[in-house]
Design a protein around this ligand. Structure first.
Ligand code: GA4
Length: 357
């Protein structure tokens, strides 16, 4: 049996958003059924969860450890890897046009050469950092390709590699990001002034030995209506083809349904979440829609950490659906699209600029 577990009914006010929640897709199940389910999930939400994904636990754990080590460094050291425009360490500033979020992050090009270069500024043990990151990125790239081949199958496209080859191309422009959302208040510290300072500066030394302890920590009380929740990462769609996200067990991610409701996504540290990006929307002539999402930094005592692999083609690759009578978008290259993406704000709908009239 293929697992398609609906998450608990997701409500905002009194309205139900959909009879079924976000799909969980078991990649070890029968290929023809899985491919059909993925296509359905890409149409319904542009978002789904995968289990039995084939990425070894150890690869994930090592990557998490490297990221924890990095974020627990003093600010001055982290800044040696910055700024993140376009690649490196970033704090609060997102992109080039004034977007801000309550987070710090590293943004890296997902290729071995660039990773080994960046590692020198990020880690005291660059060779370990780059090998761990390479292993993680290779594993999630493989997962992206598997999913893209299943999509091609589910769409009855003749060339099963039509999408995956864009990602496996040696010139692919994929990137890798690790986001760190600091806790609202430090554990054992209720001093408002102190914690305010603490979360403004992010000069928190995050002792990695606390990690296991933190996992066992009892979940904080869910903030009541009206209590403050900060915007960790503002609403947006991802411009690439596909995004593969993994987070620790701290909540905050929300996706937007087609009818405009925000749906909280319960975290699951062992599994991956898949997002349809703008480029996939264009490649499927709007049959799939890129999923709008955001991260609210809840009143959590625990830090949220998420890592995303953004699967993008080469800069000169064409993003276009097979020619039909009514193509919504004119053909464009990934490089051309990226230029528009970076000239706009985080929340903007960039595909509108490529519509045929
Ligand atoms: C959103 C998805 C990825 O995180 C990202 C982001 C990029 C950045 O942080 O530099 C962008 C954002 C993202 C979309 C609009 C532009 C570019 C910030 C921004 C305001 C790395 C990406 O590819 O696009």
């Amino acid at each position: 049996m293929v697992v398609a577990t609906p998450t608990p009914l997701l409500r905002r006010g009194n309205k139900k958003t959909s009879a079924f929640g976000v799909s969980t897709i078991d990649l070890s199940e029968d290929k023809s059924i899985v491919s059909e389910m993925i296509v359905k999930a890409c149409e319904e939400y542009g978002f789904f969860k995968v289990v039995n994904h084939g990425v070894p636990k150890k690869v994930i754990a090592r990557m998490e450890r490297e990221a924890v080590d990095f974020f627990s460094c003093p600010v001055s050291q982290k800044q040696r890897a910055g700024p993140a425009t376009p690649f490196g360490y970033g704090c609060k500033n997102i992109g080039f046009n004034g977007d801000k979020g309550d987070l710090e992050y590293i943004l890296l090009e997902a290729n071995p050469l660039s990773l080994s270069q960046c590692a020198k500024t990020i880690s005291n043990d660059p060779s370990t950092f780059s090998s761990v990151t390479n292993d993680y990125v290779s594993a999630v790239r493989k997962l992206s390709c598997d999913i893209l081949e299943l999509v091609a199958e589910g769409l009855w496209v003749e060339d099963k590699c039509i999408f995956s080859k864009l990602i496996s191309d040696s010139q692919n422009d994929s990137c890798f990001r690790v986001n760190h959302y600091p806790p609202f208040s430090a554990p054992n510290n209720n001093n408002h002034h102190h914690h305010h300072h603490h979360h403004e500066e992010y000069n928190n030394h995050w002792d990695p030995s606390e990690l296991e302890e933190e996992r066992l920590h009892i979940s904080p009380i869910i903030p009541s209506v009206g209590s403050k929740s900060r915007v960790g990462f503002g609403e947006h769609t991802d411009p690439q083809i596909l995004t593969i996200l993994r987070s620790n067990d701290v909540s905050g991610l929300q996706i937007c349904s087609h009818d405009g409701f925000w749906i909280p996504v319960p975290p699951d540290p062992n599994e991956f979440f898949v997002f349809v990006g703008d480029s996939f929307q264009a490649l499927t002539n709007g049959r799939f829609t890129s999923v709008r999402h955001r991260v609210l930094a809840m009143n959590s005592w625990k830090r949220r950490m998420s890592m995303m692999y953004f699967a993008a083609p080469a800069l000169d690759a064409w993003i276009s659906a097979p020619p039909q009578i009514n193509n919504i978008y004119r053909p464009f290259t990934w490089g051309e699209f990226k230029q528009i993406v970076y000239s706009l704000r985080l929340a903007d709908s960039r595909l509108d600029y490529f519509k045929n009239h």
